[in-house]
Design a protein around this ligand. Structure first.
Ligand code: A2P
Length: 343
C-alpha cells in the first residue's frame, strides 16, 4: 500500500467511536490526503468541523469507496456486513470496529502491542477487537510475555458510551427523570433487541448484549474468544462477567490471572507492566492511588492498579484495569492498526 497521501473514509463518522477516529487521525498527523465522513442517509449534508476544516457527511453507498485506501468502519455489524467487502473490492483496506468479522479465522484481530505480526496475513479486512478485550490484553501482554498466563477471570464495569451515542443520551435523560421523580424511560439497555429494558441510571446491569444458550452473554463470549485469538492460545482458560454501569466513558475491569511462574511477585508484575508501551501503573494504596474511569477519559493509555497476590494460589494475581473505551478500546487502536500497516 501507498504509505502517504492516503484517501481515508470513516463509516459511522457521526457516532461515538467514528468522531473519535477523526479526532485521532488529525491529532496523530496520519498521512491522509483526504478524509471522507460517511454515515446513514439521515446525516447526509451535516457539517463537522475538526482540525480547522469543515467536513460534509455523506450517505454510505457502495460507490463511496472508490479511490479509498483505508476505510474505518464503526456503524454496527450489519453495516460492516453490507459494505466492508464492497470497500475491499474497490481496493480499500478495511479496519472494522464491529464484531462482524472478528472470529473469522482468515481475518486478523489486532492489538498492535500484542500481535502486530498477524497483520501481514490480511486480505483486505482487519478486525479491531471488542473494547473490553483490547484494554485487558494490552495490560496483560507484558505479564504473558515474561511469566506466561494460563487462566484469566475478568469482571467488567462498562461505560454506556460502549453502547453508542444513544445510550449516553438515555443515561442523561434517566438521570434527569430520576431527579425530577418522573417515570424513568428505558428503551435501549441492556440491548436494543432485548425483550425487557432496564434503567441504567443509578443501576448496574449484569447483561451486555443478548444471552447465549451457555448462560454467558455475547459480550462475555467476545471477551473470552477474542482474548484467546489475540494471544494465540486456545488452551488459555478465560471467563468473563460483563456489567454495564452508569459511567459515561471508561471501562473498568477486575482481573484475576494465574501465571505459569509460582515464584512471580507483585513487584515483578508491576515492573513488567511499567516497562510496557501504553501502560501506566497507578498503584499506591497508601496514597489511595488507583485508576478510575473519570480520570482515564480522554487519555490514550491503559491504567493498572490494585495489583495483589492471591492469598492461596501460587502465581495468582488480582488487579484493576481502566481505559477510555472510545480511545484505546476503539478509535485509537484502529488508528494504531492503520499506522502499523503503513510502517
Ligand atoms: P447516523 O448518525 O447517520 O445514524 P453509535 O455507535 O454512536 O450509535 O453510532 C452509529 C454510527 O453508525 C453513526 O455514525 C450512524 O450514522 C451510523 N449508521 C447507522 N446506520 C447506518 C447506515 N444505514 N449506513 C451508514 N451508517 C449508519
Amino acid at each position: 500500500m501507498n504509505k502517504e497521501n492516503l484517501n481515508v473514509a470513516i463509516v459511522g463518522a457521526t457516532g461515538a467511536v467514528g468522531t473519535k477516529i477523526l479526532e485521532k487521525l488529525l491529532e496523530r498527523n496520519f498521512p491522509a490526503k483526504s478524509i471522507k465522513l460517511l454515515a446513514s442517509k439521515r446525516s447526509a449534508g451535516i457539517e463537522i468541523a475538526a482540525g480547522g476544516q469543515t467536513y460534509i457527511v455523506e450517505e454510505t453507498v457502495p460507490e463511496s469507496f472508490k479511490g479509498v485506501d483505508i476505510a474505518f468502519f464503526s456503524a454496527g455489524g450489519s453495516i460492516s456486513q453490507k459494505f466492508a467487502n464492497e470497500a475491499v473490492k474497490h481496493g480499500a483496506v478495511v479496519i472494522d470496529n464491529t464484531s462482524a468479522f472478528r472470529m473469522d479465522e482468515n481475518i486478523p484481530l489486532v492489538v498492535p502491542e500484542v500481535n502486530p505480526q498477524t497483520l501481514k496475513d490480511h486480505s483486505g479486512i482487519i478486525a479491531n477487537p471488542n473494547c473490553s478485550t483490547i484494554q485487558m490484553v494490552a495490560a496483560l501482554q507484558p505479564i504473558k510475555e515474561k511469566f506466561g498466563i494460563n487462566r484469566i477471570i475478568v469482571s467488567t464495569y462498562q461505560a454506556v458510551s460502549g453502547a453508542g451515542a444513544e445510550a449516553i443520551d438515555e443515561l442523561d435523560q434517566q438521570s434527569t427523570q430520576f431527579q425530577e421523580r418522573a417515570n424513568i424511560k428505558a428503551e435501549l439497555l441492556p440491548s436494543a433487541s432485548a425483550e425487557r429494558h432496564y434503567p441504567i441510571a443509578f443501576n448496574a446491569i449484569p447483561q451486555i448484549d443478548m444471552f447465549d444458550e451457555s448462560g454467558y452473554t455475547l459480550e462475555e463470549l467476545k471477551m473470552m474468544n477474542e482474548t484467546k485469538k489475540i494471544f494465540g492460545d486456545e488452551q488459555m482458560a478465560v471467563t468473563a462477567t460483563c456489567v454495564r454501569l452508569p459511567v459515561v466513558t471508561g471501562h473498568s475491569e477486575s482481573v484475576y490471572i494465574e501465571t505459569n511462574d509460582e515464584n512471580a511477585t507483585v513487584d515483578d508484575i508491576r515492573s513488567a507492566m511499567e516497562k510496557a508501551p501504553g501502560i501506566v501503573v497507578q498503584d499506591d494504596p497508601s496514597a489511595q492511588l488507583y485508576p478510575m474511569p473519570l480520570f482515564a477519559e480522554g487519555k490514550d493509555e491503559v491504567f493498572v492498579g490494585r495489583i495483589r497476590k492471591d492469598p492461596k494460589q501460587p502465581g495468582g494475581f488480582h488487579m484493576w484495569i481502566v481505559s477510555d473505551n472510545l480511545l484505546k478500546g476503539a478509535a485509537l487502536n484502529s488508528v494504531q492498526i492503520a499506522e502499523e500497516l503503513i510502517k
